[in-house]
Ligand binder design. Sequence first.
Ligand code: DX5
Ligand code: ZN
Length: 214
Amino acid sequence: MRKIFISPSILSADFARLEQECKSLEKCGADWIHCDVMDGNFVPNITFGMPVIKSIRRCVVLPLDVHLMVDKPERYIRQFAEAGANIITIHAEATDNVAETLKAIRSCGKKAGISVKPNTPVEVLEQYRGLFDLVLIMSVEPGFGGQSYIESSATKISRAKQLFPDVLVEVDGGINAQTAPLVIDAGVDVIVAGSAIMGAPDRSTVIKNLRGTK
Ligand code: DX5
Ligand code: ZN
């Protein structure tokens, strides 16, 4: 059986206790920590940036999976790399310089991810083949936690796996005990979950269940 990675999103964390929240995720069996960076332009919401990533880096050893929902992310790649990101994912819709930005991520020694919003077909990524290590399929409109999973995402995940068999396929948005089996059946490698994990009293059990192990 293939390994399913769980990347809890700290978007739904208690930011006043971010250190304890991140350490709790590490203790509860998370594989990565998903950090949602929002700029108020690419998405309507604003979250946090490099200083917070840098602080989280000091608290945990888990890989930091940084999801940049930011216009023209090429402006910030080096800074996020230096802050301690391990995987840096940009949006295909966020820049006219996708290929250069993916190359910049790799030249900083980091894994490069590329994401598509629900209405962007995964086929647009074919032109960047070979330049990324991960495809992130958004299964909600980016911007907010706690939204409902968009049904058509499973088909998009299978298509991504078929087009790019050598890269990790990650899903983000509305994943919980009900929707996780749908994306696992579709072939997903990495599951992001915010509210399903952060809102649960027993995070280890939720993480195990999402992964499909008991
Ligand atoms: C949404 C973010 C997600 C969000 C997921 O734009 O990219 O990572 O935290 O939250 P849930 O799991 O609650 O849908
Ligand atoms: Zn995200």
